[in-house]
Design a protein around this ligand. Structure first.
Ligand SMILES: N[C@@H](CCC(=O)N[C@@H](CS)C(=O)NCC(=O)O)C(=O)O
Length: 229
């Protein structure tokens, strides 16, 4: 095995699994249940934040954490699903989108998912959740505009980790949240090019293979359903 993916079904590790399946590399996985506060000492040694995902690269024995860091690491190491350093223009575009997905889209959604952790006051939690939803809708308008030149994928002609990262965030936004899911299918209908991209992505064999390994049934990104359990 080249890698071990530490995971909890339908958590941020799902994005990494999409990338591993697209790359066709050999990996196994290790289930880590529960919330970060309850995770065991061995896991905290791999990632002191207690957060998933963690990917161990068996070439180095090193654990890598943080979704975007793992995606960048894999795309660089395997020369696919991203853009090479040598192509400065494409690389700049890749890094810009990947970092935005990580430090803005995913981060805002996390606030909405865990709004109950922000405050015990229900009114505050609802406000945080609503704010997270509004911010995400603003970001989706940017991605819709990006697809406006007819490109099939966010970075252009080829699918990339950015497509999967955005799609997974939108899946979770329709399913989870302490207060309420951030988005509905109706919200997504305002972005038809994005919907077309998600439709293509959720039919890819790698996407379906990754989902099935986490007990997730189709459809993956548009009107998804929660996995059982
Ligand atoms: N900044 C981290 C966030 C990852 C994250 O939110 N992980 C969630 C799973 S979706 C987690 O481990 N949550 C457990 C908890 O907060 O108790 C990343 O990008 O990887």
């Amino acid at each position: 095995m080249a890698y071990t993916l530490f995971y909890n079904p339908d958590s941020a590790n799902l994005v990494i699994r999409f990338a591993l399946e697209e790359l066709g590399v050999a990996y196994d996985d290790h289930l880590v249940a529960g919330r970060r506060t309850g995770r065991d000492a061995a896991f905290h040694k791999l990632n002191p934040t207690g957060l998933l995902p963690v990917l161990v690269d068996h070439d180095t024995g090193q654990p890598i954490a943080e979704t975007a860091a793992i995606l960048l690491y894999l795309s660089d190491k395997h020369g696919a699903l991203g853009a090479p350093v040598e192509d400065a223009a494409a690389r700049g575009e890749y890094l810009r989108r990947l970092f935005h997905l990580s430090n803005t889209v995913h981060a805002y959604l996390r606030l909405g998912f865990y709004a109950d952790r922000v405050s015990d006051d229900r009114t505050v939690a609802v406000g945080v959740s609503d704010w997270s939803c509004r911010q995400t809708l603003e970001d989706l308008a940017i991605y819709e505009e990006l697809l406006g030149d007819g490109r099939p994928w966010l970075l252009g002609a080829a699918v990339s980790v950015c497509d999967y990262y955005l799609a997974a965030c939108l899946r979770w936004a329709q399913l989870y949240g302490d207060v309420a899911p951030a988005l509905s299918r109706g919200d997504l209908e305002r972005f038809p090019k994005l919907v077309a991209m998600l439709t293509r992505l959720q039919e890819r064999p790698a996407a379906l293979a990754a989902a099935s390994k986490e007990g997730i049934a189709a459809p993956l990104f548009l009107s998804p359903v929660r996995p059982a359990g």
